[in-house]
Write a protein that binds this ligand. Structure first.
Ligand code: 5GP
Length: 221
């Protein structure tokens, strides 16, 4: 049975731990392809070009837009972020599940083009924990933290556009929940129409043959 790759969008407020969750998921389960975005934001300490992001100048990023090499892009807290097309298309064609960890404007654009995608939103267990995590990261000045909180308020208004939430209270538990959620999507009838039709045709064939073998008898009433 052919298994088609699913496109999964994961969003969530700044500081909710999406990055850590994605790293833990892809380390534990090798079948996921995590898309690496391009951004004009400055690298944070410990981030490497081509690992967390492809770090670009504004001019380089605008060239990607012009050449139509991004699936989507958005401006978030004064920086561009975008998803390179080639990798995602290539991985989906190979049957891999591809995860885009992106913010909401971009997520909604992707959904508009591909209504069949799985939209997930990572929630903090409570707001205090979110603010503590955002400040605790220690990588951003207070002004940026304020900007990200304002952005979070905006994002909170559109959470109903997502299919499922994952509460990031315990990393291990959240990874398992995420994995099982994605796995269960593979069993949706609409994603398995080739297989279900094949079974139906097989049944029709068997039923017609048994009718031929036993004339006058109906296989089904
Ligand atoms: P950060 O600067 O904290 O790494 O990311 C800021 C926000 O940009 C996060 O919500 C992250 O999910 C989002 N983001 C990262 N890559 C992309 C992308 O390719 N497209 C869009 N639309 N958002 C992205």
């Amino acid at each position: 049975m052919d298994r088609k790759g699913i496109l999964i969008v994961v969003s969530g407020y700044s500081g909710v731990g999406k990055g850590t969750l994605m790293k833990a998921l892809t380390t534990r389960y090798g079948q996921y392809a995590l898309s690496i975005s391009a951004t004009t934001r400055q690298p944070r300490e410990g981030e490497a070009d081509g690992r967390e992001y492809f770090f670009k100048t504004r001019e380089e990023f605008e060239a990607l837009i012009e050449q139509d090499r991004l699936i989507e892009y958005a401006s978030f807290c004064d920086n561009y972020y975008g998803t390179p097309k080639d990798y995602v298309e290539e991985q989906l064609e190979q049957g891999r599940d591809v995860i885009l960890e992106i913010e909401q404007q971009g997520a909604l654009k992707v959904k508009e083009k591909n209504p069949d995608i799985l939209m997930l939103f990572v929630m903090p267990p409570d707001t205090d924990t979110l603010v503590k995590r955002l400040r605790g990261r220690g990588t951003e000045p207070e002004e940026i933290i304020q900007q990200r909180l304002t952005q979070a308020v905006e994002e909170s208004k559109h959470v109903d556009q997502y299919d499922y939430m994952i509460v990031n209270d315990d990393l291990d538990r959240a990874v398992e929940e995420l994995h099982h959620l994605i796995e269960s999507q593979h069993n949706m009838i609409k994603r398995n129409l080739d297989f279900t039709n094949q079974i139906r045709e097989g049944l029709e064939f068997l039923a017609s043959r048994s009718r031929e073998c036993a004339p006058g008898q109906q296989a089904f009433k």
